[in-house]
Ligand binder design. Sequence first.
Ligand code: GLA
Length: 383
Amino acid sequence: MVKQKVIQAFINEFGSNPEFLTHSPGRVNIIGEHTDYNDGFVLPMAINYSAWIALRPRDDLRVQVTALDKKEKLDLDLSDYKKGTGGWREYITGVAWALQDAGHELKGWEGVFSGDVPIGAGLSSSAALELALTRAFALVSDLEWDPVQMSLICQKAENLWVGINSGIMDQMISSSGKEGFALMIDCRSLKTKQVPLPKDTQLLILDTTTRRGLADSAYNERQAQCEAVACHFDKKSLRDITLDQLEERAGILDLLLYRRAQHVISENQRVLDAVKALQNGDPAALGQLMNESHASMRDDFEISRKEMDQMVAIAQSQPGCYGARMTGGGFGGCAVALVAEDQIESFQEKVVQDYREKIGLESKVYPSFAVNGTGFEVLSQKI
Ligand code: GLA
């Protein structure tokens, strides 16, 4: 278990027990892809894979952190640091910068971190790390913990410091997830609604083991295309445009831009419909929407790839599978499937086998359930 691992590593490195543990989960997005930066709706859940930090406060302004799995260290002076430390270190300096930029006075700490959110798989390992780090800074510096404000700070760190143009979904679900529930997030108001997950089913995450490659530029390009359509309609974002309005301009708008907008606007509606399906306890309706969402990402938004389409098709054709789709930013990573609980074992076996036969790659299946968002523990001196 990662928790025990970071505690033990802390003891080995610092010769005493840590005072605090912080943790924050990754996420799987059930439906609502590339809608967050269009002020739209998303329906993710926080998953049982997290980033963990074991730490204790320091009396000075230094932050000394060991990345356990990489066996690398960072020694940061909170009064004097710059961009460009590279890799995971950029998240620590980035979060420190965004907190200080928001007017928070930070204190130093030392600790170790690790995690079991698969990296680069579209399950938000970076948001998990950002929130666990922010929780650590908040604890040692005595900052008030407001999950929404802290999510915005982490997003700012990621956008303006690390240089990745993500929306707000990943940070919001990592900070605010609820055990047993999916969370519908209105990415304009940042209001959230807990939505019950269907009984007798499980969400399985299917890792194609393909990774994103040059996805960052494609992500930015999709954002720019969405903005161009909003601009064409003289609106703030695609959230403010209906499918009928889009249809009226079908002949005038560039066809590619039309299809991009078609995905986002219809995906927003699918999220609202998915919430209704969940409230009605109707896994079949949810599964159907997931299938439609995948087709829309594949054909209109064009963020899938051959291996992913194959994985989704294999999953969709299994007995007991209500629906499946790619999840996350796109161009690789994971799919998510809604599967009847009594079919899970045969489903897993069959999917791995078929994917191996058709694609020649070993996939991984992560059974997932919904957990709470960012948290911490105060450890007694004896462990
Ligand atoms: C990435 C981003 C999110 C969101 C998804 C696509 O995960 O970090 O903000 O845009 O892609 O839904």
